[in-house]
Write a protein that binds this ligand. Structure first.
Ligand SMILES: N[C@@H](CCC(=O)N[C@@H](CS)C(=O)NCC(=O)O)C(=O)O
Length: 216
């Protein structure tokens, strides 16, 4: 399947970053088309691709797909490259569990309350809402403690064989640990910290920012 691959995404979007990590780990060549879901005019254009007006959206030839966890599963299944889904049923189930935990309970506190308020808001010259950061850190601790328990079982998030759980958590952790409190919280969780020290230096993560002078 040599059809061109396009990822529609917004440069600040953590979910766009997650999809890019998976595409890079799989070794897929792709282009990025910038679309800002928070801009009224661009959001209108986005609705043609995504009925809920979010990013990212993947286009592979004539096939259009939205929802990051579906995109990364498709990327793994549709292209040649290292498998990003473990063969072992328990490891595969825990991979899906990690992704679901992040989507259901992790994104909002880790990214919207901690990263966006502590790191992004000052960059945009708006004030940081300390109450929200504190609330976000409390909820993030619950999420990351759950992931620490999963990582301690050594089926996924080991930092050795990369799965879609690493792509999802890696993309989010890259933002979360830019907040000093996020970095401190992660360091207090030994399995996750050991995992992050290995994953943060992978080219799929270190290559997320270069060339993007507005990235934080
Ligand atoms: N469930 C979606 C969530 C995607 C999402 O929330 N993307 C954010 C950027 S990180 C967005 O497009 N936000 C626009 C908005 O909230 O209007 C997925 O997994 O792709």
């Amino acid at each position: 399947m040599n059809d061109p691959v396009t990822l529609f995404g917004f440069r600040h979007s953590v979910y766009q970053r997650v999809a890019r990590v998976a595409l890079k780990e799989k070794g897929v060549l792709f282009t990025v088309e910038e679309i800002d879901p928070f801009d009224v005019i661009e959001a209108e254009r986005l609705r043609d691709l995504h009925p809920f007006g979010r990013v990212p959206v993947l286009r592979h030839g004539s096939f259009v797909l939205y929802e990051t966890s579906a995109i990364t599963r498709y990327v793994d299944a549709a292209f040649i490259g290292p498998s990003l889904v473990p063969d072992d049923p328990r490891a595969a189930a825990q991979m899906a569990q990690v992704i679901a935990i992040l989507d259901s309970y992790g994104y909002w506190p880790m990214i919207r309350q901690v990263f966006s308020r502590r790191v992004f808001a000052p960059h945009e010259e708006s004030t940081c809402n300390e109450t929200e950061v504190a609330e976000g850190l409390e909820s993030s601790l619950r999420v990351l403690s759950a992931l620490e328990a999963i990582a301690a079982e050594r089926r996924v998030l080991t930092g050795d064989a990369v799965s879609l759980a690493d792509c999802h958590l890696g993309g989010m952790m890259d933002y979360f640990t830019r907040a000093p409190e996020g970095a401190d919280l992660t360091q207090g969780l030994p399995c996750l910290d050991a995992w992050w020290q290995k994953v943060r230096v992978r080219p799929s993560i270190t290559g997320l920012d270069p060339g993007d002078d507005t990235a934080l």
